[in-house]
Design a protein around this ligand. Sequence first.
Ligand SMILES: Nc1ncnc2c1ncn2[C@@H]1O[C@H](COP(=O)(O)OP(=O)(O)O)[C@@H](O)[C@H]1O
Ligand SMILES: [Mg+2]
Length: 256
Amino acid sequence: MTPPATATAADQKDFILSVEGLTVSFDGFKAVNDLSFYVDENEIRVIIGPNGAGKTTVLDLICGRTKATEGSIKFRGKELTDMKEHQIVHAGVGRKFQNPSIYEELTVFENLELSFPRGKSVIGALTFRRDGEVRDRVEEIADLVFLKDHLKTEAAILSHGQKQWLEIGMLLIQSPELLMLDEPVAGMSVAERLKTAELLNTIIHNQSVIVIEHDMKFVEDIAHRVTVMHQGKVLTEGSMDRVKHDPKVVEVYLGH
Ligand SMILES: Nc1ncnc2c1ncn2[C@@H]1O[C@H](COP(=O)(O)OP(=O)(O)O)[C@@H](O)[C@H]1O
Ligand SMILES: [Mg+2]
């Protein structure tokens, strides 16, 4: 594929994420095939496409869980393809998987507290001050993810939607500059979906977000731009309004 027109723009503009010519081959099968896309600061990008299109694999590649066969992933100009998973997290990329991974037996507060980033500047004398700092931050994040009245609730008894929010909160408390969410509203009620859209539209003032989703109403509520994937490639990209009327998109995805 020849580089898209945006490749020129990529040279001039500071995208938070630039993915170029990204390919991964599993025993000869290219799950992601020469994929390029660019995400702006404070953008909510939604990736849609049929099952098996390679969407989850793209997130696996960005977060370092899967190694690219070819291509480049630049986050704030830093090449991620040579970095390990924990280094990528440390660089500011947070990723939520499809199933919530929270500690069921711990409370909401404890789950958030455990996710608070520690280690860099903690020395004994500062611990006391830091406890207050942690508590404030936990409460701030709990409020953001609609769980401030559930701080003492054991995570196991939260609703499925609340568990998803808790996990988003556990990522947000680490202040990632890029947050990636794989099908965050799957299994949520309509009301929970609306609140999740509200949450993403709030946090976007501080970070960029990549979301994989199938719920088109939700996508319309959040997407600044939509990238449609098919067979490991970008089928098309643009505003939701343009993409949903694209005959190619209707044919491979929306028509089903
Ligand atoms: N680790 C892997 N080994 C082999 N094949 C894989 C692996 N991960 C994903 N695939 C294949 O890559 C394709 C894309 O999968 P995936 O990224 O999960 O699609 P999507 O999230 O769009 O539904 C599928 O055909 C899947 O079976
Ligand atoms: Mg997937």
